[in-house]
Design a protein around this ligand. Sequence first.
Ligand SMILES: Cc1ncc(COP(=O)(O)O)c(C=O)c1O
Length: 400
Amino acid sequence: MFRQALPQAVSSVDMKEDWIQQKLDEAATRGLTRQASVQAQTGGIIKENRKRILNFSGNDYLNLAHHPHLIERARTALEEYGTGATASRLVSGTLPLHEELETRLAACKNQPAALLYGSGYLTSLGTIPHLVDRHDLIFADRLIHACMLDGARLSGAKLIRFKHNDPTDLQHRLEQHPANGRRRLILTESLFSMDGDLAPLPEIAFLAANHNAMLMVDEAHAMGIFGPTGSGRIHEHNLQSATTLTMGTLSKALAGYGGYICGTALLRQHLIQTSRSFIYTTAPPPAQLGTALGALEILENEPDLGTRLLEKAAHFRKALQSHGLNTLQSASQIIPIVIGDNHQAMHIAASLKEQDILVGAIRPPTVPEGTARLRISLTLAHTDDDIDRATRAIIRAIPS
Ligand SMILES: Cc1ncc(COP(=O)(O)O)c(C=O)c1O
């Protein structure tokens, strides 16, 4: 019976997928088509034939992705432990390297404990729903990253958004929504990924303490750049005990892959018992652990890498601003240039690409409607000459 029905079922696939084509067409009309284009190399500088391509679209901030020490650490881990962890952490996948990396991460960030996850995205999905549930409240900065938003949605807690980087608005909302027996959780990023600006962490931590709310901070882009030995902004402001949970990724300045949280030993124990994206997945593989350990060693041995990058970024920003470009409140290695229109942002990025300058054109829903932008992500691979060349090209490409 099933065999006879098959030809008809196959021919109806076309019809079933009509809606997909329609959605793709709609996105194209709005200038929102996304592409996973292949790059020849990773890192801030891509050498292709005789060309020196300036890549401002990656997150290899400290130029570590090809660092011999990280590669050596990854190779040693791979040779000693093999290609995969081959089991989940709670079965037989926990290797000495997982524990070593967790201890080193916690020490770097001056926090009592750390726990690894498969990625930053999985970290968020596996933590927020274990801090709050559908009876509780989340107060989230309007611009938090999609992974925190998805973690918040998964928790089922009531989601209240506060104005970006605005502690007064947060205070107002905390007062409007008292605990009344519910748990309350504040979510923010330490350094915002699309605006390059810094959260007022001391003020937010003060509000969290005053209102008896938990605080979770995503340090994805601040790790490696801010704070003592690049340990992040929580450590820089000594807010470890005021922050319930710090999350981060090993995939940006640390040039590898994976996510982590830092917090108390009690919190770590709670997540080991409950966190679904920690429990029901294979443990991070050895090479990834070796890479991260290598990156942390570089941070310890060269503690001024982040400061050097921030100085370069200040010089770049000043040059762009002096030509009237809107770089929002950027105060970091991430420098947005707001264009507004989606098509125009794409057009400018394409014209820069023709000049061997890669800059991300970031459009909704990653950023709010009407704020399409170029996102410059500066790395230590970029020289002062590269910055001057990029500044000239960007100014030429943007119609005044
Ligand atoms: C702010 C922020 N948090 C979390 C993530 C997710 O990290 P991962 O790439 O490790 O999943 C990203 C980007 O990827 C990010 O920009």
